[in-house]
Design a protein around this ligand. Sequence first.
Ligand SMILES: [Zn+2]
Length: 242
Amino acid sequence: MIRGPHDPRAVAVVDPGDAAPVMAALAAEGLRLEAILATHHHADHVGGVAELVAATGARAFGPARERIPVAVEHMAGGASARVESLGLEFGVIDVPGHTAGHIAYAGHGALFCGDTLFSAGCGRLFEGTADQMLASLDALAALPDGTQVFCGHEYTEANLRFAAVVEPRNSAIMDYVKRAAALRAEGAPTLPSTIGLEKRVNPFLRSRHEDVKSAAEYRAGRSLPTPVAVFAEIRSWKDGFR
Ligand SMILES: [Zn+2]
């Protein structure tokens, strides 16, 4: 849920998979839902959109190239989702890979990236190619280091277990493992992360790093000459990692 700078009672939500908790929060805090930002078509991200639009009249923004179960304002890379009543405007970035038409929203020092970038991980390649996903992650990594990263899921601890296997000598990962464990033990989220932190710990943003390349080549049993080949190997390694 995003609160705008003008009116503390006017809010937007990102990827409401379920309307009920949003409606409960609106009622509990006396808030008015002005806008919904959807990143991709999966039900756990858009399952609540139709009900929320019907109940509140909020404007809904969604990916131009995907089918969402309610009419939305179609957004594609380079467009911007402007919510005047909230005083907010988010630039849209095309980030295909997890799904074919996945988009992310960036603005006001924040990134809402759905299932493209997770803290210390990335989304599975359900509809896109490794090439596309690496380009999408590179586009997100190009945002300023201080950008707060609001991912679609809290998968940080599981992702860090994998990251630590890929890069056992990376002390930033080891520090983050401890910090994430402490936060989760208190019932607190690890999110938002930041682009700067992700560049230090996320193996999927580090396909060009020598240690990540060596680990991927060792697992593949052959040389991996390009960052895409390294990325694809790390992604398939993670798919089978428990
Ligand atoms: Zn998804």
